[in-house]
Design a binder for this molecule. Structure first.
Ligand SMILES: NC(=O)c1ccc[n+]([C@@H]2O[C@H](COP(=O)([O-])OP(=O)(O)OC[C@H]3O[C@@H](n4cnc5c(N)ncnc54)[C@H](OP(=O)(O)O)[C@@H]3O)[C@@H](O)[C@H]2O)c1
Length: 298
């Protein structure tokens, strides 16, 4: 497809995930305007051909479709609703694609605020981490208007596999369901590994053996090397997993759903954060936390 046929897109939030997704779209020829709060992160995309702007508002003024990948609910509210936010600059007919992990009620609130301006908002949080963002193999969970989704499928194809789940907030809900399993799976692996090591098993032999059983998930197995090496470089930092557990518990409380295991797993994250300040390490660092609590020599 030639560039002139592609919509002009805006991208806000060039963190670990956003920078990689934006780069894929830029490389596919989408004309792009970008904004990031910390301006230094804009430079690689600007050098690759994106136009840099100083506010989300200015990005929206130039864009048919605006994607954003932001840390949390407060960031999404600031960027969308702020005085220099996206809605202040958006043109009627524009589409916002929210790739962030937030509460379903935040997705619905952004959509409700945008509707009177003729702007459609899709929640489209992603599952997978930085390697998948780079390779375009994310799983994308979409909520919002089905027709709006249908119009954005070529763009979403560049980022990964996408599935439409229902009205606004359905994608955000699906993401919290998926991350419940991701986080609990890591807590379960961390506890099992601490037990095995304290009882005298060799770490590599224990994990190699688990790899040949049906009890481990691909997400758990992907963290085995971290546990063997005792190093936890972030693909998905603990601070974001802890945030997501908080969102899960808030949603669960609002619906009177008991989630005792999530409540306990979140405590492990908080212990790690309090003990080491290890917010920027990978969320699999809870394996180290539980081994240390068990007195396992490293
Ligand atoms: N990392 C993963 O593996 C992963 C996987 C799936 C989903 N997610 C979700 O995807 C989203 C982005 O994750 P990430 O790993 O890219 O996080 P990140 O590296 O921490 O990037 C967060 C982005 O949000 C921006 N931001 C934060 N607060 C802001 C505010 N008040 N106003 C404007 N911008 C603000 C940051 O700007 P600055 O650069 O100025 O800080 C940065 O661009 C999160 O919702 C996360 O839960 C992450």
């Amino acid at each position: 497809m030639v560039e002139a046929q592609l919509p002009r897109i805006g991208f806000v939030g060039l963190g670990s995930m956003g920078s990689r997704m934006a780069r894929r779209l830029l490389d596919r020829g989408y004309p792009m305007t970008v904004y990031n709060r910390t301006t230094a992160k804009v430079e690689p995309l600007r050098a690759a051909g994106a136009v840099r702007e100083d506010t989300p508002r200015a990005v929206a003024e130039q864009s048919d479709v605006v994607l954003y990948s932001l840390a949390d609910d407060a960031a999404v509210s600031d960027v969308v609703l702020g005085a220099d936010g996206l809605l202040a600059g958006a043109r009627p007919g524009a589409v916002f694609v929210d790739l962030s992990t937030v509460l379903p009620e935040t997705s619905r609130a952004m959509s409700a605020a945008a509707e009177p301006k003729g702007v459609a908002v899709m929640d489209a949080p992603v599952s997978g981490s930085t390697p998948q963002a780079q390779e375009g193999t994310l799983a994308i969970f979409v909520g919002g208007d089905r027709q709006v989704y249908a119009g954005q499928t070529p763009l979403l194809d560049v980022l990964g596999r996408h599935v439409y789940l229902g009205r606004h907030g359905a994608g955000a809900t699906m993401k919290l369901v998926a991350n419940t399993l991701l986080g609990l799976g890591m807590e379960a692996l961390a506890e099992a590994a601490a037990l095995g090591r304290k009882a005298g098993l060799d770490t590599r032999a224990m994990l190699d053996t688990l790899a040949h059983t049906s009890v481990v998930s691909p997400a758990q197995q992907g963290k085995f090397d971290n546990i063997v090496r005792g190093e936890y470089p972030a693909t998905f930092p603990l601070r974001l997993m802890s945030k997501d557990f908080g969102l899960v518990l808030r949603l669960a409380e609002s619906l009177s759903v008991a989630m005792p295991a999530v409540a306990v797993a979140r405590q492990t994250d908080l212990i790690e954060q309090a003990r080491t300040g290890g917010h920027e390490e990978d969320f699999s660092v809870v394996a180290r936390t539980l081994q240390e609590l068990a007195g396992v020599p490293s």
